[in-house]
Design a protein around this ligand. Structure first.
Ligand code: SAH
Length: 398
């Protein structure tokens, strides 16, 4: 018999509305099921015992249960296969055969109703990470689905930072199916070639959530000097050069291996002479640039997640403001700023306000031209607002 998790009065509403997470503090009592272990399937009920659905139990996380089914539906192998096919059909629509993009997300965890499971296609390989013990138990089914539908040359596993914090070791990383990825792996995004390292790179190797925002950045890049700050493997910068006809791109990042991949991809794409890489701390780089009165016609800011927890909100927002203030200061008058936040806990309104405060500090005027978010292969769960985690704002700066 599966255990029943009863919620406190009034704590059920977000879940009825489609939220995916049950926090420790929302749980009233647990009945039946014997001793629960991490990854066990439980039934989630409201205070009166009405079944909301099923989820996976995790005693180590504040998110005690991650929902997987709703209502009377029950989780089993057939359900999992249907869920995976549902996720795949979205990607088949977004990227039909012959598409000029082969770097995208096949499964976006809760956004696809598959708790903690991320699967990214990177060229001919698939990189997976399991951030919840529940689906780890169903690993072979998950891999069978990925393999039979997408026919990758290999499937490689990464262990996410949150899984490491739960004590899962790096020794779990490695080859699950087929052949190990080449180092580096080549992939294409809207016709532009990139080099990524799924084995040693960040996350699963490439940030495909910015795809549509890179397209927006390209649209104002022609003839301009572009600063791609926090460039990683050059996602924004290379697209601005190759498709956007930028005059020149300066890519700044603290990661030497990422810059090396960016530079090699630029060389292979025949644009190396217009692509400058600078290994530096972006904040310090911007200070130096301001002192030297160096400006750019398009400045792109894409820092890592600065608000990972609710408790880090104030500090993170201060940092967003500082980065944006320094970024705005080096935009030439009439130039453009494309600024990103990948912190789900910072909503769009708050991020806009932070950028506006930054502009005020340096006495610049902003026109808001475009509001973007994560690309649709990273679907957000409408019932859980913070799952829309990425913001990209394009401004003109005077
Ligand atoms: N814009 C990239 C993704 C950026 S991910 C793309 O489109 O793919 C964030 C990047 O910021 C990482 O590459 C990381 O190495 C870099 N980074 C983090 N802190 C930094 C700092 N203080 N200065 C420079 N780079 C930093």
């Amino acid at each position: 018999m599966t255990a029943k998790v009863f919620l406190k009065p009034r704590k059920a509403k977000p879940l009825w509305w489609g939220a995916a997470w049950v926090y420790e503090g929302s749980i009233d009592r647990i009945r039946g099921g014997g001793r629960l272990t991490c990854g066990d399937l439980v039934e989630v009920c409201d205070h009166e015992g009405r079944r909301i659905g099923q989820g996976f139990w995790n005693p180590q996380s504040l998110i005690r249960v991650r929902m997987v089914t709703r209502g009377e539906e029950s989780f089993d192998e057939a359900f999992l296969r249907r869920r995976m096919r549902r996720a795949f059909s979205l990607r088949r629509t977004l990227f039909p055969r012959g598409a000029d993009t082969d770097a995208y997300r096949l499964v976006h965890a809760e956004g696809d109703g598959l708790p903690g499971l991320v699967a990214d296609r990177v060229g001919d390989w698939i990189v997976v990470s399991f951030d919840d013990e529940g689906l780890v138990r169903w690993r072979e089914v998950v891999l069978d689905e990925l393999e039979s539908v997408w026919k990758p040359r290999g499937i490689w596993r990464r262990v996410s930072r949150s899984a490491r914090e739960r004590g899962e070791g790096a020794e779990l990383e490695g080859l699950l199916r087929g052949r190990a990825p080449e180092s580096p792996v080549g992939c294409r995004e809207e016709g532009v070639r990139f080099l990524v390292d799924p084995v040693a790179g960040q996350k699963t190797g490439f940030f495909s959530d910015q795809r549509l925002n890179r397209r927006v950045a390209e649209s104002v890049a022609a003839g301009r000097d572009v600063l791609d700050a926090f460039s990683y493997v050059g996602g924004f910068g290379l697209r601005c050069l190759v498709r956007g006809n930028a005059r020149q791109v300066t890519a700044v990042d603290s990661s030497a291996p990422a810059l090396e991949l960016a530079a090699t991809a630029a060389a292979q794409g025949g644009v190396r002479e217009k692509f400058i890489v600078e290994k530096a701390n972006v904040l310090r780089y911007l200070d130096h640039a301001a002192k030297a009165q160096r400006t750019w016609g398009l400045v792109l800011l894409d820092p890592p997640k600065l608000v990972p927890r609710r408790g880090a909100l104030r500090k993170g927002l201060k940092l967003y403001q500082e980065i944006n203030r320094k970024g705005i200061a080096v935009v030439e008058p009439g130039g453009y700023l494309g600024t990103s936040s990948c912190s789900g806990l910072v909503d769009t309104a708050t991020f806009k306000q932070t950028v506006q405060a930054a502009a005020f500090e340096v006495g610049r005027e902003l026109q808001l031209l475009h509001v973007g978010g994560q690309s649709p292969d990273h679907p957000a769960l409408a019932g859980q607002p913070e799952s829309r985690y990425l913001d990209f704002l394009l401004y003109r700066v005077f």
